[in-house]
Design a protein around this ligand. Structure first.
Ligand code: ADP
Ligand code: ZN
Length: 586
């Protein structure tokens, strides 16, 4: 590509040089041949009717061609009636010089060179982007590789759902404009590496049939101040030239990390780049059809300026795939490969905590092994070898090394939360229980939709504490008192906080009665021992109640945990089914 650009600049230059050289050579050469005669000799030639043609220009000399074919130069009389006189004597007069003047020639050459350059550029597929290259010659053309759609993204159903309206907006911006709807300008996809963030961004562009421009945050971070900012501007200029586009910025944290306020002289280059990005994003109007999708492994490290409304205001988590998603991803990557008797369900179970990228590399590795062996089909035998290779290729600290016992503990812990929530707070639907780690929880997490209420009564808060305690309670019931884990750390923190507030601030306990501990603190030290003791008894009570509840419904807890272990994620429907299958006791 770069060679081609250089050629395009060099070619006209070479042309100009060649032309000038040949013109000079020609002039020297022709100068030798054409002799000069004085005006009286010319008058003689006229008198004897030997002149055939006169080449007349504005120059001090004119060229005379005789009937015998010879030519010479003589002084140009430059009188107004000269031409008329000659014509009347039947001598041809040409006012076009027989040789182009140097100036004319040069301008001709320059204009034609410019023309040639233009034609060459038009033919080049990246004509427009070349205009941007100038300073740092970065590759900026829209990706022209194969078109991606949502069919290329397996699993990630929630994320696909979340970007569906962006696709619709890109397809029919007018529809949204008519309703005065403002579409998100920026979306952040966050999650572990290899979970398909880039893939999803490509699919959005593909589904909407708009160009896809991708750059990485690290491309913008340069040694020279201002280069990153100018790259940002070029990127947007290029995308806007299409009207609609998806701009993808991978590793957004490279430019959008939180600024350390203590450092007065921060990183100028990064700040300028970030500012350029924010300016560009606020620059395009609401329905311009440009959507910026950024990706990061961590949302919490990003500068809050980036996350404000009108900027990257939609945040979508891309999690590691669960069992059924892994099965689909494997099927997708084996679609065009010759396979025999591969049990995808089985492989999806063996590949816990594998990312999409890792599953893809498993499929690829198996294909390579089968190919090397010259086997006609890829089978479980190749898969086994590939699996060991892939596992060995990834670091030890990788999630896939999470032991089966850890998985089991997580499953029982989360099932405890989910079951107690469903029994005690039936109005709060549990939308998802998972043992796939994410930013919401290192081991797994249970998501419920809280009831929208202005006031929370004592009984509700007690139930909330029970739900928080249920993870630990389930661990204890299942594995015994000696095998409880640190997994309940955050639950206990929240439960303690809630109980303390109930007793010392909400007037729901005995030690403080209706007094507020924080108000008391303005005058005297509140009776913290009493509060702590009451809080401890209170939580212990609720813990005992939680364990009782789980014990009386142990069959459900067992069933739910086993299903969670197998499928790794359970949704409302699955949970309702589990609960409705069995009789539960309150
Ligand atoms: P990220 O941007 O999150 O690091 P990528 O989108 O680059 O991940 O994923 C790398 C590759 O892994 C993809 O090109 C694809 O082959 C595979 N992959 C990842 N997630 C999925 C998925 N959900 N479905 C199908 N393939 C996936
Ligand atoms: Zn928990």
């Amino acid at each position: 590509m770069k060679k081609y650009i250089r050629l395009k600049i060099m070619l006209p230059l070479i042309l100009i040089l060649l032309s000038i050289t040949s013109l000079i050579v020609f002039n020297i050469y022709s100068g030798k041949k054409v002799s000069t005669k004085n005006y009286s000799s010319f008058s003689e030639d006229i008198k004897h009717n030997r002149v055939d043609k006169i080449y007349l220009t504005n120059s001090p000399k004119m060229t005379i061609k005789l009937k015998d074919g010879s030519t010479y130069k003589t002084d140009n009389p430059r009188s107004s009636d000269f031409k008329e006189k000659m014509l009347s004597m039947n001598i041809q007069v040409s006012e076009n010089s027989n040789s182009l003047s140097l100036v004319n020639t040069l301008s001709f050459i320059i204009i034609s060179s410019a023309f040639i350059t233009f034609i060459l550029s038009m033919k080049s597929p990246s004509f427009a982007s070349n205009k941007l290259k100038g300073v740092d010659a970065m590759e900026l053309s829209a990706s022209t590789e194969k078109k991606y759609t949502f069919n290329n993204v397996a699993g990630n159903e929630e994320a696909k759902e979340s970007v569906q309206d962006i696709v619709d907006f890109l397809k029919n911006p007018d529809k949204y404009a008519r309703y005065g709807a403002r579409m998100p300008r920026g979306i952040i996809l966050y999650g572990e590496p290899g979970t398909g963030k880039t893939l999803l961004a490509k699919a959005v562009a593909g589904e909407a049939s708009v160009p896809f421009y991708a750059m990485s945050g690290s491309d913008f971070v340069q040694v020279y101040v201002g280069v990153g900012a100018s790259r940002i501007r070029n990127l947007f200029k290029k995308a806007k030239s299409h009207g609609k586009a998806v701009i993808f910025i991978d590793e957004i944290d490279a430019i959008g990390k939180k600024r350390a306020s203590s450092q007065s002289n921060g990183n100028d280059e990064r700040d300028q780049t970030l500012n350029a990005l924010l300016t560009e994003m606020s620059g395009f109007n609401d329905n311009s059809g440009i959507v910026v999708i950024a990706a990061t492994n961590r949302l919490d490290v990003l500068d809050s300026a980036l996350l404000r409304p009108g900027r990257f205001d939609r945040h979508i988590e891309i999690t590691l795939p669960d069992t059924s998603a892994r099965e689909n991803i494997l099927k997708l990557h084996f679609k065009n490969k010759p396979i025999k008797n591969i049990d995808f369900k089985d492989w999806s179970k063996k590949t816990s905590y594998f990312s999409g990228a890792k599953l893809e590399s498993l499929a690829n590795e198996a294909a390579i092994i089968a190919c090397k062996n010259g086997d006609p089909f890829i089978t479980d035998i190749h898969m086994d070898t590939a699996f060991s290779n892939v596992i060995a290729g990834y670091e030890k600290k990788d999630r896939s090394s999470i032991t089966d016992i850890d998985k089991k503990i997580t499953a029982y812990h989360e099932s405890g939360h989910a079951l107690v929530s469903m029994l005690m707070l039936p109005n709060e639907s549990v939308s998802k229980v998972t043992i796939i780690p994410s930013t919401k929880g290192a081991g797994g997490y249970t998501l419920s939709v809280p009831e929208d209420r202005l006031y929370q009564n004592k009984s509700y808060l007690e139930k909330r504490i029970m739900v928080l305690l249920a993870g630990r309670a389930s661990e204890e019931i299942t594995f015994g008192e000696d095998h409880i884990t640190t997994g309940a750390y955050s639950d206990l923190n929240q439960a303690t906080d809630l109980a303390l507030k109930m007793i010392s601030e909400y007037g729901m306990g005995n030690s403080m009665g209706l007094l507020s501990a924080s108000a008391v603190m303005n005058f005297i030290k509140p009776p913290s021992d009493n509060i702590i003791n009451e809080c401890k008894d209170y939580i212990n009570d609720l813990y005992a109640k939680t364990k009782n509840l789980l014990n009386s419904n142990k069959h459900i807890l067992e069933n739910m945990s086993l299903q969670l272990l197998a499928r790794e994620t359970l949704y409302t429907d699955n949970l309702d089914e589990i609960l409705s299958d069995t009789n539960y006791k309150m």
